[in-house]
Ligand binder design. Sequence first.
Ligand code: FES
Length: 291
Amino acid sequence: MKNEFSPWVTPLNEKTIETSPTSWSIEYEHFPCTIDVTGPLLYTLFEEHWQDVQIGHVVEGSVLELEFTRPPKICILYDGYLTVVTEAWHLHLCLEQHLGGPHCKTPLELRQERLVSRAAFYRHLNPAGKPKGWGIQFWNGRDEKMMSLFLPNIFIGEEEDLLPEGKPNLEKLTLYQELREIYILGTRPIPFDENPLKRPYISVCRSSRCYPSRNWQPIFQALEEAVKEAGVDVRVGTAGCLEVCHNGPVVFYSGDRTWYTRVTPEVAKEIVCQHLLKGEKVKKHLYPPIK
Ligand code: FES
């Protein structure tokens, strides 16, 4: 049965403090990490606020920071992983169980370990307890820190310069405060009627590792035209590896997790008219093949 999407987050009311020998600390406020909470949050950040957010990974002795210079080219949920692709780099974050492609080959234990299992908004506090940094942190099923999202910092100017002492740009806290009201306090609704990452899509693999799929453009175009003509509410996109390499061009429909191989523009149209419109799969191009 389909889960009903609720725009209201039930607050966890869980606050923890991580201390360090430097007397700085991190205050975490946890929120539920189910897909109907993490999906809208991450969609908002990557699709609507990509200019305001940086992605990082911070452990003792190492810091990685990446920023967007343009909107992401791809932002989709595929086999449990959120994939965000930019001109220069891409990221994957496991928001739902990763089953392991068409053959579901990921062992059960590993599915749990890869999954985001804890998530929190954080503030970096100086030794006097004053907040100096804001962001979001994720942990996996082994309770290891996964990526961090750095939210706008009121002490940093437009050119990444430090603002003069005592003159923070308080407007930069707006995003953190609004998101906190939605996802931590539950006093404002999620601004979507449905989980935007769960909206069905059909995508064609454009990865260069999939040699026959290099000619993905005609398939993409055929899908776009057919979806428009059929008037179905399905996004058309491109994707990275869909785990059926060497049988390309490969197409994936997220609505019911279906893979198609050796897709031509004609087959693409058939998939839309038969499968997306009438619910009947195009059997001779299914993967795994029907014996
Ligand atoms: S590279 Fe296209 S399916 Fe793997």
